[in-house]
Design a protein around this ligand. Sequence first.
Ligand SMILES: Nc1ncnc2c1ncn2[C@@H]1O[C@H](COP(=O)(O)OP(=O)(O)OP(=O)(O)O)[C@@H](O)[C@H]1O
Ligand code: NI
Length: 322
Amino acid sequence: MEQILELRDFCVTYINKDKRIYAVKNAGLKINKGDSLGIVGESGSGKSTLAMALLRLLPEKNTEITGSANFIGKELTKLKESDLKDIRWKELAVVFQKSMNSLSPVHRIGTQIEDIYKVHNPDAAKGEIFDRITYLLKLVNLSERVYTMYPHELSGGMLQRVSIALSLIHNPKLLILDEATTALDVVTQGQILDEIVKMEKNMDVTRIMITHDISVVSASCNKIAVMYAGEFMELGYAKDVLKCPKHPYTEGLLKSFPSLKGDKSKLAGIGGYLPDLSKEATGCIFEPRCRQAKDKCKQERPEFRETEKGRIVRCHLYGGEM
Ligand SMILES: Nc1ncnc2c1ncn2[C@@H]1O[C@H](COP(=O)(O)OP(=O)(O)OP(=O)(O)O)[C@@H](O)[C@H]1O
Ligand code: NI
């Protein structure tokens, strides 16, 4: 199986004056070609930081990235800005919740997509560009008419489809969607998810889907990573993890859904709040909120352990002595 992305000990720290915020800690994962990985977790758990750090979109001045992120043989953490330019859009594309805001209001949708296409294909013929763009618009279920329209003539959902179409323009090897469908109504979101899943069968796209919404993962992802306070707590096949969560945090997260959508700072299934990310915990980061916590959980940080094939859990309840 072809490996697309491997993270090892990947850490992201924000540095503001003398304060350090440990936003992503020792992340590790492997994604193979064709995988679709959902990353879930409460607001503030570090999901977007992870995505932005992979794309190197965080200001270097006040962020520290350590560890390794190997993307199809390239070490993302070490690439020069010029090399990054070659990769972005072409091999690694991202759509954010607000991506549509980056469309220019004064240019037609088609013209804007053409310009992005030409960045990596400066010599492309007009016909080739037009074919490609209409193909992509069709893929996200938009009419050809959109080509000549201006952003203000489209609804939020249509614009988000444009953003998704745009992200696919160069057939990226990895597509990262960060809450890209969150702001949409349930029907539109469902349609777009269906389109994404269908489209992946036609194109060779591997996807990371960042979301609060576990139903998005169950509808569109084969794997899941559960993040809490900057750490991966559990990783595995989505159908297994959702059916039979092992980590107490995953369990709480599943129980508290769908209240997750409403009050983002508090989970119904789990009391308490996210810890202060400027302090390094000595034990398990989830221990203060964990109903099953033992003394050991306070004192020792659990390792990331493979409990069965394809399932990795960071919890003292699994593996090791309590
Ligand atoms: N520029 C910054 N400087 C300092 N801390 C930051 C910065 N950006 C984010 N953080 C902190 O890093 C942590 C992770 O934030 P991040 O946006 O990655 O979380 P998230 O999981 O994407 O949340 P959400 O679900 O709300 O989008 C939060 O505690 C946040 O306050
Ligand atoms: Ni986010």
